[in-house]
Design a protein around this ligand. Sequence first.
Ligand code: BYC
Length: 313
Amino acid sequence: MSTIDFEAIFEAKLANNEFIEPKDWMPENYRKHLIRQVSQHAHSEIVGMLPEGNWISRAPSLRAKLVLLAKVQDEGGHGLYLYTAAESLGVSRDEMLEALHTGKAKYSSIFNYPTLTWADIGAIGWLVDGAAIMNQVMLQRSSYGPYSRAMVRICKEESFHQRQGYEIMTRMAFGTPDQKEMAQDALNRWWYPSLMMFGPPDAESPNSENALKWRIKRESNDHLRQRFVDQTVVQAEYLNISIPDKNLKWNESKKGYDFSPPNWEEFKNVVKGNGICNKERLEARNKAHNEGAWVREAAAAYAKKQNQLSTAA
Ligand code: BYC
C-alpha cells in the first residue's frame, strides 16, 4: 500500500501558489505561526477601535461623526473576519479573547498611544491605516486561504479609512494657523509609532524567515517600512507639513528615502505592556467584554431555541 506524502503535497501547493485550506494537512509550526499572527491581527483591530472611539462623541460635525462611526464599526468587522479565520485553525474565540484580556497576547504597539486632538484621528487614518494597507496588500496573497480572503475585504475598507484620515489632515493643514499646528503636532507624535507597526528590523525579526518561506508574509518588515516612507513623504509635502526627521533625504542610488529608525527600545517597552495606554486599553477591553456577557448569553439562547424549533418541525 502506498503512503501519502502530506508534507510533499503541502510544499507543492506553496510552490504552485495554491492556497492551504482548513482541512488540508499542514505542519504544526505553520498552524501555530498562523494562529499567532492572525489572532494578534484580530486583537489589533478590536483594540484599534478604542483610541478612535474616544472621538466619536467629540467629532467636529455630524458628517465627521458619521464617517468615524462607520470606520470604527468596520474595525469591529475586521476583528470578526480575522477571529473566524483563526478559529478555522483549531483555536477557539474564547481562548483568543482570554489571552488578550489577561495581557498574554500581543496586539499592535500603535494602539498604546493616546489620541489627544481631532488631528490625531486624521493622522491615524492617514498614517496608521496607510501603514496597515502597505502591510496588508501582500497578505491578500497569503498562503492560508481564509486569511487571504479576509484580507481582500479588509484592504478595500482600509482604503476608505486612509482617505478619511487624509481628508481630515487636508482640512486641518489648509485651515487656520492653529489647525495647521495641530496637524503638524499629530504628525510629529504618530510618525515613529507608525514606522514601528512594520515590526522590528529584519535582522532582529525571529518570525520572518518562516513567514516568508511559508508565504504567510510576502515581503520583509524593512522593505515595507521603506515603501511606506517613500509613499508618505510626498503626501506630507502636499500638506505642507514636515516629517519630524532631520535625516530624511532622497537617496538616488536606492531610489528611496534615507530615514532615521524609530526608537526600538521604546517599541520593546510598549510591546512588553509599558506604553502610555496599555493598561487603559486592557481595562476598556475587559469592561466591554464583561458588560457584553448578557448579549452573548441571549444570542446563544436564541440559537438554541431556533435549533430546537427546527428539530421539532
Ligand atoms: N506591535 O518576528 P517579527 C490595523 C512582535 S491593525 C506589537 O517581525 P512577524 C488597524 C511580533 O508579534 C494592524 N508587536 O513578527 C486597526 C513578534 O512577537 P511574537 C495590525 C509586534 O509576525 C484598527 C515580535 O514582535 N496588523 O491596521 O513576522 C484601526 C517579533 O516580530 C509588532 C497586523 O497585525 C508591533 N508593531 O511580523 C486602524 C498585520 N511588530 O508574536 C488600523 C499582520 C512585531 O513572536 N501581522 N511585533 O511573540 C503582520 O504582518 C506581522 O505579524 C508583523 C510582525 C509585521 C506585525
